[in-house]
Ligand binder design. Sequence first.
Ligand code: AKG
Ligand code: FE2
Length: 221
Amino acid sequence: MILCIDILTPEELALINAKLKDAEFIDGKLTAGWHAKEVKNNTQISGKSAITQDLRSIVEQALQRNQLFQAAVHPKAIRPVLFSCYESGMYYGYHIDNALMGTPSMRSDVSLTLFLNPPDTYEGGELVIETSLGEQAFKLAAGSAIAYPSTTLHRVEVVKTGIRLAAVTWIQSFIRDPGEREILFELNTVKQVMYEKYGKTPEFDLVCKSHANLLRKWVEV
Ligand SMILES: O=C(O)CCC(=O)C(=O)O
Ligand SMILES: [Fe+2]
C-alpha cells in the first residue's frame, strides 16, 4: 500500500524551513548502502549537527500524533530522520533500501518521504516507485508525506531547476507483511466510518472483534 498523508502544520513547516536556511549540507553518499552510493547524488544535513536534533523532534512528534500514519504503518521503531537537499542536476537512481539499519539493527518495512518545499518551486525531483502497475511518480505538497513499502525499487528523478527539500525515514512495523498491514488499515477505516454513521451497533462490535483478533494474530512484539 502506498499512502499520502498530510503530516506537518503550516507552523511546523515554516519552523523547519527557517531552520533549514542555516543548515550545512554534506554529501549524501555517506549514509547510503554500498550499491546505492553509486546512484546517490544529493546532499544531507549531518546527523551530528545541532539543527538536526531540533528538526528531527518536530517531524517525530508530527508522526506520533498522526492517526492515519499510526493506523496505516503501526510503527514499532522509526529511524532518525534525514534531511536532504537536491540542487539542480541532483538525483537518486534506482535502489532498494537496506533491509537492516542502525545499531542495534531494525528492519525497514516502510519508507517515508516528507516533502518540505512547494512542488512548483522546482522542476523534476519526483519520487518514482516501481509497482506492479508500472512506475508511479509522486511530488507532494510541502508538509505531506508518502509512506511506501521498503520492499520496492525506487528513485528520485533528476532536479532540473530549483531545489528539492525533503525529510526521509524508515519504519519497522509491528505488522511485518504489507498485505496484512493493508487489511488491518482497511478494517480500521471501516470501524471508524461505521461508528460515525451508526454508532456502537452489534455489527460494529463484530468488526472490532475481527480487527483486534487479526492484530493479535499478526503483531510482532
Ligand atoms: O528523497 C526521497 O524521496 C527518497 C530518498 C531515498 O530513496 C532514500 O534516501 O533511500
Ligand atoms: Fe531509498
